[in-house]
Design a protein around this ligand. Structure first.
Ligand code: NYM
Ligand code: MG
Length: 211
């Protein structure tokens, strides 16, 4: 088949604080798109399966400590090391549904009081998502959800700071804000409607980079 005839894949990103239901919605959207015969893969950051991801995982599970900036750069490296496979998937027509990316990186480190622009700088040049879906929920409700509190960062006061950085410094009019405090099917339906609209608009645009 002629290469020009393949539409590139869409880069769809889910962002939000811990326990808002991103992973569930990623799974549901991947299934929705594959059921429509649109080849789609899930991806997540941090990718804990690489050597860099192993170090990040040890930190998140509280078994090692690390300088905040050193850790930030590892999270960023963990995206840079995935860059080629992101382009490869998109250019071969595979949609990617991604659970966290650069915006998590900036929000979580800046919430520690580290300069926002410093945090953002190492993300510049990475492939940019076409669609960003931000799952929004009140921090008190999110922290009451099952499994919350097991990993580092899962503390109410810190979660509120992260939410504030997402919503006051990272969010642009392009972000799709979805109310995550509803039942799973209602949320999935709203998300699949959003993505259906974007599929047609975006498929002929070049992949841009974070700037
Ligand atoms: N996290 C995630 C960061 O601090 N920086 C990053 O760049 C990324 C991608 O890792 N609490 C944090 C957010 C989460 C934690 O992610 C693990 P998850 O989605 O819970 O596996
Ligand atoms: Mg988590």
């Amino acid at each position: 088949q002629n290469k020009e005839m393949i539409n590139r894949g869409l880069f769809i990103l889910f962002e939000g604080v811990d326990r808002v239901g991103k992973s569930t919605q990623v799974q549901n959207l991947v299934k929705f798109l594959n059921d429509k015969q649109l080849s789609t893969k899930a991806m997540r950051f941090p990718d804990r399966t690489t050597p860099i991801g192993t170090i990040i995982n040890a930190y998140l599970q509280n078994s090692t400590n690390m300088d905040d900036r050193a850790l930030h750069l590892l999270f960023s490296s963990n995206r840079w090391e995935a860059k080629d496979s992101i382009y490869q998937a998109l250019n071969s027509g595979v949609n990617l549904v991604v659970d966290r990316y650069s915006y998590s990186g900036v929000a979580y480190t800046a919430a520690k009081g580290i300069d926002f622009d410093w945090c953002y700088a190492c993300e510049k040049g990475l492939p940019e998502p076409d669609v960003i879906i931000y799952l929004s929920m009140n921090s008190e409700d999110a922290t009451k959800r099952g499994d919350f509190g097991g990993e580092r960062y899962e503390k109410l006061e810190f979660q509120k700071k992260i939410k504030d950085i997402y919503e006051s410094k990272l969010m642009t009019p392009k972000w799709k804000v979805v109310d995550a405090n509803r039942d799973i099917e209602t949320i999935s339906k709203e998300i699949s409607d959003i993505v259906n609209k974007e599929l047609d608009i975006i498929k002929n645009k070049q992949i841009s980079t974070i700037s």
